[in-house]
Write a protein of this length. Structure first.
Length: 95
């Protein structure tokens, strides 16, 4: 199993609609990306969030599935509009 954790610091120009669109798009990956077992996203509730107010966790069957996800067309389409609106952090590990 391979775990992908991510967090976003939203830039000032990101709207509430952008944030909702990101969550909906990421959640939809679960039914579309091969090897993606589970997806969770939501507000980061930690008081030590360092400005990362959006968090997510993805579980993949293995690292190969996670690697394939990074180049999947749906993920690339998300990144095209999302990356200008965020400062991201990512954590990956095998479990």
């Amino acid at each position: 199993m391979f775990i992908h954790i991510f967090g976003f610091r939203w830039k000032p120009e990101a709207t509430e609609a952008d944030k909702a669109r990101a969550a909906e798009t990421i959640l939809a990956f679960c039914s579309a990306i091969p090897g993606l077992i589970d997806v969770h996203v939501g507000p980061n509730l930690s008081p030590r969030n360092h400005g990362f107010t959006f968090a997510g966790l993805m579980t993949f069957t293995d690292k190969a599935a996670a690697d394939a996800y990074t180049i999947h067309p749906q993920h690339q389409a998300l990144l095209k509009w999302l990356v200008p609106l965020i400062d991201p952090v990512e954590l990956d590990f095998e479990a």
